[in-house]
Write a protein that binds this ligand. Structure first.
Ligand SMILES: [Zn+2]
Length: 154
């Protein structure tokens, strides 16, 4: 389960619009309360960290976060006393659900927020929806992660 305050959602939604028609990608930072059983972790997102999409050749439908960028994100999380909860990225003119490619490049025990960003006909895009997904432990499929939106939380 992930808690996403409106202010955090507004930030990644704006990133999806800024980079349109390319995908945006980045890291979700916050606090983690491990659950008693697999899949019961509670994540409290409080910040995002945009990361440059390393896939410049197919930035419209692929994203890659390099190991160097990942380590930098972990260091930034440490410096802020936060944990790396997962990743966000956008699907320009597509749906807010992970692709097969996303599944093949994902890890369990992280949140994957996927945004749909739809072109407005004037070259700009608008983030029209998003959802958070978790990879099954056997990596066979993504499942929707229960989401609590809005407001503030501790
Ligand atoms: Zn994707």
């Amino acid at each position: 389960m992930i808690h996403v305050p409106d202010a955090v959602a507004a930030r990644f939604a704006a990133e999806g619009e800024r980079t349109y028609p390319a995908e945006c990608c980045g890291v979700l930072l916050g606090r983690l309360e491990p659950g008693a059983t697999e899949g019961c972790d509670r994540r409290y997102a409080s910040a995002i960290l945009p990361v440059d999409n390393a896939r410049t050749d197919r930035a419209g439908d692929r994203f890659v976060i390099t190991p160097e960028a990942y380590l930098k994100a972990e260091a930034a999380a440490d410096a802020q006393g936060l944990e790396l909860l997962g990743f966000y990225h956008s699907h320009p003119d597509d749906q807010a659900r992970p692709s097969d490619y996303d599944r093949d490049h994902a890890w369990p025990n992280l949140s994957y927020i996927v945004m749909a960003v739809q072109g407005q006909g004037d070259g700009t895009g608008r983030t029209t929806g998003w959802a958070s997904w978790e990879l099954a432990a056997d990596r066979s499929a993504f499942r929707p992660e229960p989401l609590i939106e809005g407001g503030l939380h501790g």
